[in-house]
Design a protein around this ligand. Structure first.
Ligand SMILES: Cc1cc2nc3c(=O)[nH]c(=O)nc-3n(C[C@H](O)[C@H](O)[C@H](O)COP(=O)(O)OP(=O)(O)OC[C@H]3O[C@@H](n4cnc5c(N)ncnc54)[C@H](O)[C@@H]3O)c2cc1C
Ligand code: SF4
Length: 476
């Protein structure tokens, strides 16, 4: 037995979804003798502070970033619980999203299919208390833990037109007390939900950090993994202005898709794909003036999810997109027509490109280069009008407005993927399907960095399921 004081069975970096879902599964499958050290760069911010500072973030992530393309912003929350400020939309990937190369000749296939991930998606949904509806497009092994939220009037029109290609947005905004949270009352400020209706790690997964086997240190900025002879030995981190080290048999880095590859690059790893293929979705807003339809009677912030444009025959040329229907009452400024309006978001998939990447800046900081989204994405944006016309055809609509070109800028979508991509080939990927580094077999890179594609669906449910699967495969 190693008696060194700072020696642990496992070190986990970060306390966001990726790390917390990994830790939860890891603890459930481990004996009482394991010792887990969790190192979190941010602080444990009281929820009361968040409620009083709703537009402030506790830590300016971009100050630590050398952004070579500052016109593109990168949004990440540095604090205990990671992206606790998320909105809570939790669609699954569509089965076709795992096989775009095979089905459409574009992008990459994931190294496993929908059915392999399905049990872990269902488990993550149970943990988060997701509200959702049965939908034949997304086969399920068991029902959602909570009933779907009420659709709004515009959703009902779309559902009548598109059937199973239009469903209630699955979400971590509670629909029923049975999941242990107050039901969402649809006030739309989900970043800091005033009634705690939305699932988030800092509120609803604290128990795993209170487990006697776990030591949590906040304010610990992990800089590198110590790697010797292709084995991870521990990590170096900075806390209270001092460089420190901790050692373990296993290291799992879940610091999100910019900091995770940075930490791995800083550790001397030089895999071709490490840091590359950085990507985010792009979305385009469409405001629809409805003809006599009283909208905004739905049960949550984003009520509907349309996949009618995900699998068009031209997906090899024009990216698939999902349509989100917002239920936040952005009213129409016309007397008697206040609610005769709807707001839609067309969210596009993209093809990750290797020149968009995370590197280590000459001054040692994280560095990001992002030239532009792909030509594939540009064709998708140019095609929005055709899709809007198809979507609204035959419905009671007066007119619509697609956001201007400037609004389709390089703004951050906070859905960062791709920089530690998962695959079977070490020459083109960083981690294997269990999220274990191809060569350093006791090092894991958790999170959406593993995504080999840039799907149109929101990432958090998927990356949480990947973490559950990773811990399960590791320990059984
Ligand atoms: C406003 C907003 C709305 C969103 N809405 C949705 C949504 O509706 N649906 C959805 O699916 N996703 C949404 N997201 C995205 C979601 O937040 C992320 O997908 C999710 O948080 C990623 O989980 P993660 O654990 O990989 O990373 P994070 O949650 O970011 O956690 C990473 C953790 O690592 C820590 N860390 C970082 N660097 C270091 C370091 N060097 N040393 C130690 N610790 C470190 C961070 O402090 C953090 O705790 C939203 C994001 C934002 C910002
Ligand atoms: S819509 Fe309101 S109640 Fe519902 S999760 Fe968001 S902030 Fe909370």
């Amino acid at each position: 037995m190693n008696l060194k004081r700072d020696y642990y069975t496992t070190i986990i970096v970060g306390t966001g979804f990726a790390s917390s879902f990994f830790l939860k599964k890891y603890l459930s499958l481990s004996g009482q003798d394991v010792r887990v050290l969790v190192l979190e760069k941010g602080e444990d911010i009281p929820y009361s502070w968040k409620l009083q500072n709703i537009t402030n973030t506790p830590y300016d992530f971009e100050k630590d970033l050398h952004n070579l393309t500052p016109q593109k912003s990168w949004i990440q929350n540095i604090a205990f619980g990671g992206g606790a400020c998320w909105t809570g939309n939790t669609p699954r990937l569509h089965p076709s999203d795992f096989k775009t190369r095979t089905l459409h000749g574009v992008g990459e296939d994931w190294p496993f299919d929908y059915h392999e991930l399905e049990p872990y998606l269902a488990e993550a949904e149970d943990i988060m208390g997701i509200a959702g509806a049965e939908c034949a497009e997304y086969p399920r092994s068991r029902p959602y833990p909570a009933p779907a939220h009420r659709l709004n009037a515009l959703d009902r029109l779309f559902q009548a037109k598109y059937g199973d290609q239009y469903t209630a947005m699955p979400s971590a905004r509670a629909s029923h007390y049975s999941v242990g949270r107050a039901p969402c009352c649809n006030n739309g400020v989900c970043s800091v939900c005033p009634i705690g209706a939305k699932f988030q790690v800092d509120l609803y997964m604290r128990d795993i950090y209170q487990d006697p086997r776990v030591t949590l240190i906040t304010g610990a900025d992990v800089k590198a993994v110590i790697i010797e002879n292709e084995m991870a030995k521990g990590v170096t981190y900075r806390r209270d202005g001092k460089e420190q080290e901790a050692f373990a048999d296993l290291v799992a880095v879940g610091a999100h898709a910019i900091a995770t590859p940075y930490i791995l690059l800083n550790s001397g790893l030089n895999d071709y794909a490490l840091g590359r293929y950085l990507n985010e979705q792009i979305d385009v807003d469409v405001r629809v003036n409805l003809d006599g339809v009283e909208n905004y009677d739905g049960g949550q912030r984003v009520t509907g999810l349309g996949i009618m444009f995900l699998n068009e025959p031209n997906r090899n040329r024009i990216p698939g997109c999902v349509v989100e229907n917002y239920n936040i009452p952005w009213l129409r400024a016309e007397f008697g027509k206040w609610r005769h309006v709807g707001l839609l978001k067309f969210v596009f998939e993209d093809i990750p490109e290797p020149h968009n990447r995370v590197t280590v800046a000459p001054d040692g900081r994280m560095q990001v280069e992002y030239a532009e989204y792909s030509d594939y994405m540009k064709r998708g944006i140019a095609d929005v009008k055709r899709r809007v016309e198809m979507l609204l055809d035959g419905l009671p609509v007066e007119d619509y407005v697609i956001n201007s070109e400037e609004d389709k800028s390089l703004r951050g979508s906070a859905h960062i993927h791709g920089t530690t991509r998962m695959g079977l080939d070490p020459n083109t990927s960083v981690v294997d399907p269990q999220l274990v580094h191809h060569r350093v077999r006791n090092l894991l890179a958790l999170g959406s960095g593993a995504f080999p594609t840039c799907p149109a669906a929101n990432p958090t449910l998927i990356l949480s399921a990947l973490s559950l699967r990773s811990a399960y495969k590791l320990l059984t």
